[in-house]
Design a protein around this ligand. Structure first.
Ligand code: GCO
Ligand code: MN
Ligand code: MN
Ligand code: MN
Length: 386
């Protein structure tokens, strides 16, 4: 029980389990792991796939012949293990050239360089069989407002994303683009700050059907928003193309904690939502082991993410099947046909009937919704006493 298997669709990034534990104050605490070794380790753990930035696999400045050799060796590891590469993404944040933005840099050389890097990453991903392309605009932000760049970035970003989608079409690549919002870090303020921001922006693109979201637990939590609500809205819009799972305390630096390690209740309702949503894409853990850990700690971290997800899945299922929960929910959604008749699509008759309606105001105001009992049951499922 709680054993991860490929059909659970768990994925990790090369940059997550391969994270060397650098932070703004401290040097690396772990060695870089060979991507081929990571593939074999992840396969042993029952993982479905491994995702990557271009530079996680091919260090910047690698000559073409060496690049091909690296890709060949990596593909061989994928074949040997059956691991997939569902998603790729361009690193548009590490190169010092991107210090004032990549696709929204004020310097057209930088914008063109970022665009070229994106196309090359799409080529690489196509070689590896990836069908999801993530765009994380980590450097597309500002600390200084005086430039007025805020008036231009939307146009630059639209042009770049339209270009990328047209390139995918032209090359016959199957990519669906998953846009990943974040409020800040590494920039003081990132322009595409929240799920709602990207959802609205997609509708202004030339091929909106190619674009969706890659929401991240930590990012909405940093914004003080409710991640479960954000994901529900993305699902309702048919735009959940990918998801980054991790954990985070509000009002802190980007922590990338092990899934479920901090906000257990939100993780419970997230798993409950995802597992009943029809979402069949990867469950990607965009997190990393604490800086205190050696390599053994890294694999314990990876196992922990998946095990917690599977435990929460079982707990949520049991909660939904509990007769007491069912009774409480049936009462919560009890529908009086007399009231329901007043609702629905507009008609003149309905509007007139609504104006004549007599409301049971006393009862409406006195009703108790029994949510204390319902929520206590959640807590008891989480504590494992039910
Ligand atoms: C972060 C982001 C990144 C992106 C990754 C894929 O906070 O650093 O979440 O990890 O998800 O670059 O685009
Ligand atoms: Mn993140
Ligand atoms: Mn991060
Ligand atoms: Mn992420």
């Amino acid at each position: 029980m709680y054993e991860p298997r490929p059909e659970h669709k768990f994925t990790f990034g090369l940059w997550t389990v391969g994270n060397v534990g650098r932070d703004p104050f401290g040097d690396a605490v772990r060695e870089r792991l060979d991507p081929v070794y990571v593939v074999h380790k992840l396969a042993e753990l029952g993982v479905y796939g491994v995702n990557l930035h271009d530079e996680d696999l091919i260090p910047r400045g690698t000559p073409p012949a060496e690049r091909d050799r690296i890709v060949h060796r990596f593909k061989k590891a994928l074949e040997e293990t059956g691991l997939k590469v569902p998603m790729v993404t361009a690193n548009l944040f590490s190169d010092p050239a991107f210090k004032d933005g990549a696709l929204t840099s004020p310097d057209p050389w930088v914008r063109a360089y970022a665009l070229r890097k994106s196309l090359e990453t799409m080529d690489l991903g196509a070689e590896l069989g990836a069908e999801i392309y993530v765009v994380w605009p980590g450097r597309e932000g500002a600390e200084v407002e005086a430039t007025g760049k805020v008036r231009k970035v939307w146009g630059w970003m639209r042009e770049a994303l339209d270009f990328m989608a047209a390139y995918a079409e032209d090359q016959g690549y199957p990519y669906r683009f998953a846009l990943e919002p974040k409020p800040n870090e590494p920039r003081g303020d990132i322009y595409f700050a929240t799920v709602g921001s990207f959802l609205a922006f997609i509708q202004t693109l030339a091929r909106p059907e190619r674009f969706g979201l890659n929401p991240e637990f930590a990012h909405e939590t940093m914004s003080g928003l409710n991640f479960v609500h954000a994901v529900a809205q993305v699902l309702e819009a048919g735009k959940l193309f990918h998801i980054d799972l991790n954990d985070q305390r509000m009002n802190r630096f980007d922590q990338d904690l092990r899934f479920g390690s901090e906000n257990l209740k939100a993780a419970f309702f997230l798993v409950d939502l995802l597992e009943h949503s029809g979402y069949e894409g990867p469950r990607h853990f965009d997190a990393h082991a604490l800086r205190t850990e050696d390599e053994e700690g890294v694999w314990a971290f990876a196992k922990g993410c998946m095990r917690t997800y599977l435990i929460l899945k079982e707990r949520a299922q049991a909660f939904r099947e509990d007769p007491e929960v069912r009774d409480l929910l049936a009462a919560y959604y009890r529908e009086d046909p007399e009231a329901v008749a007043y609702l629905g699509p507009y008609s003149r008759e309905r509007a007139e009937a609504l104006k004549r309606a007599e409301f049971p105001l006393e009862a409406m105001r006195k009703r108790g919704y029994d949510l204390e009992r319902l929520d206590q049951l959640v807590v008891e499922y989480l504590l494992g006493v039910r």
